[in-house]
Design a protein. Structure first.
Length: 121
């Protein structure tokens, strides 16, 4: 595997929120878009390489809000592109509810070191 092919984005959802499939997809989409925009500002070559090599995305679930917030802090401390989605509250859940944390695009090794214990959705 080339170095560029080892780039990934991981979207981490909350297992304790019972979102519909559509709502979950929308929240993950928000995270992916915001992470891409942030990467375009902070590391455009990484973003370009990730896109050229398939734009790998994985969706996993954290057990609860505390785990998601802890993960976000760890990602920030590690210098990983990350974004925390807070819902606008127009449909299923109250405004401000944290739903998803997006990580990357970035090194698969560094992101997996933070998310590898979470189950796939």
């Amino acid at each position: 595997m080339t170095e560029d092919a080892s780039l990934t984005m991981v979207l981490v959802t909350r297992k304790d929120l019972k979102l519909s499939k559509g709502k979950l997809a929308a929240q993950c989409s928000h995270a992916a878009v915001e992470c891409s925009l942030k990467a375009n500002r902070e590391c455009p070559k990484t973003l370009q390489s990730w896109r050229e090599n398939g734009a790998r995305k994985i969706v996993v679930e954290a057990p609860n809000l505390d785990a998601l917030k802890r993960l976000f802090g760890e990602a920030q401390a590690a210098g990983i592109v990350c974004y925390m989605v807070r819902d606008a509250g127009h449909t299923e859940i109250p405004s401000g509810t944290v739903t998803v944390v997006g990580l990357g695009p970035g090194s698969r090794e560094s992101i997996d070191s933070l998310t590898g214990s979470f189950s796939l959705v």
